[in-house]
Design a protein around this ligand. Structure first.
Ligand SMILES: Cc1ncc(COP(=O)(O)O)c(C=O)c1O
Length: 397
């Protein structure tokens, strides 16, 4: 009898009790809007920003309605105009090119490597095509950030980091989101902290921070922020910065603050699970494990492997056979966008660009969530199932 996995790939852990208590306190006093504070009260959202700025070693932080909103706000705050080109990864998810399109700018895609990171040679070759790079650390894979910043600094490119999958990760001792001008994080249920929806943005730049705060819908209440530049900076930008409301509220902030305090522990738990799956997959014929560089501290909240140069039918057969045994895999080669998964050529509002190297790699990328509700035994079982099914299809080919 072959074994079947019975767990749920979309089941996250419950919200911790201290976060539930904090949320109940907000519900009981009723001041959910971030600027609705009692005399002497800072408010959960302002405190969240202050604490996250300190955790990331950033001067400023803004909490917003979603990660995608943080990305679009960053583009606006650094002055991207309609019609401008913005470089970005070919391997990412729809909210990333979507944020570029939302400001009327044009995504220019950069190839992906077999390490699942942005191709730095292709980036260098395209560096004269844009003044901004929206760098997506897709599925938590960090490229050589030292080299990337050299390329971008030399070309005068401003970097916005999409850290939706790298909250808590670092490259060479520098936290993800702290290399570029702005770091953007998502607090949506499937990310590293869970408030249902939500986003955070960090920067050290006075004017980017002031503009982002005003855009998020601060009216003239920016003085209530605790991780913001001084009033003189707002004086410079307040008449020319539109209000594009996308604030966070005190209820979500209350849920997030205790979770952020636990982030390091959660990262270790994710990585224990990731390494258990990875160990179980290593050495499977036809399957390539994505090796992680020693400079990278990652957060294994999902795992990817490659079935490089396999036929479409064979990859689909693996996905089908694993699904039949309870293991949910996503394939980035699928020609039609499915659920959260899409490819650069699904985003037809962007100019059609042909990226042959990315086509080959995307056609081989298999992706799997690793929720913390899985035990290490679950992870070992999942790896056994994948190994058996990949081997069976590979041998029959
Ligand atoms: C790579 C990536 N960037 C950005 C986002 C946007 O985050 P949000 O869902 O909070 O808007 C997501 C969300 O899935 C994502 O996967």
């Amino acid at each position: 009898m072959s074994e079947t996995f019975t767990g749920s790939f979309t089941q996250q852990e419950p919200i911790p009790e201290d976060a539930i208590e904090a949320a109940l306190a907000v519900l009981r006093h009723g001041r959910l809007h971030r600027y609705n504070v009692a005399e002497g009260e800072a408010g959960e959202t302002a405190l969240l920003e202050q604490e996250f700025a300190a955790q990331m070693g950033a001067k400023y932080c803004l909490a917003v309605a979603s990660g995608g909103y943080a990305l679009a706000t960053s583009l606006r705050a650094i002055g991207v105009q309609p019609g401008d080109n913005v470089l970005t990864n070919a391997f990412t998810l729809a909210p990333v090119p979507g944020s570029i399109a939302s400001v009327g700018a044009v995504p220019v895609f950069v190839e992906v490597t077999e390490d699942l990171t942005i191709d730095l040679e292709d980036l260098a070759a395209k560096a004269d095509q844009a003044k901004v790079l929206m760098l997506s650390h897709m599925r938590g894979h960090l490229c050589d950030m030292d080299r990337l910043m050299e390329i971008c600094n030399a070309a005068g490119i401003t970097v916005i980091e999409d850290c939706a999958h790298t909250m808590g990760a670092s490259w060479n001792g520098v936290l993800s989101g702290r290399h570029g001008a702005v770091g953007c994080y998502s607090c949506q249920t499937y990310k590293h902290v869970n408030s249902g929806e939500g986003g955070l943005l960090v920067t050290d730049d006075d004017e980017i921070a002031a503009r982002a705060i005003m855009m998020s819908g601060s009216y003239m209440l920016f003085g209530r922020h605790l991780a913001a530049p001084g009033p003189e900076v707002f004086e410079r930008v307040k008449y020319e910065t539109p209000n594009i409301s996308g604030r966070m509220d005190n209820l979500r902030a209350a849920i997030l603050r205790p979770q952020l305090r636990d982030l390091d522990t959660q990262v270790e738990r994710w990585n224990d699970r990731y390494r258990t799956v990875e160990d179980g997959l290593r050495g499977t014929p036809g399957l390539t494990v994505v090796e992680r560089p020693k400079q990278e501290i990652y957060v294994g909240s999902s795992i990817q492997f490659l079935l490089l140069d396999w036929s479409e039918d064979a990859v689909q057969e693996v996905v089908r056979r694993c699904a039949a045994r309870g293991v949910e895999l996503k394939w980035f080669g699928t020609p039609e966008p499915v659920a959260f998964t899409s490819r650069y050529d699904s985003w037809r509002y962007a100019d059609t660009q042909r990226l042959p190297q990315s086509d080959r790699i995307l056609a081989g990328i298999i992706d799997m969530r690793v929720p913390l509700t899985f035990s290490l035994e679950d992870c070992a079982q999942i790896a056994r199932i994948i190994r058996a099914e990949v081997s069976a299809v590979y041998q029959s080919g």
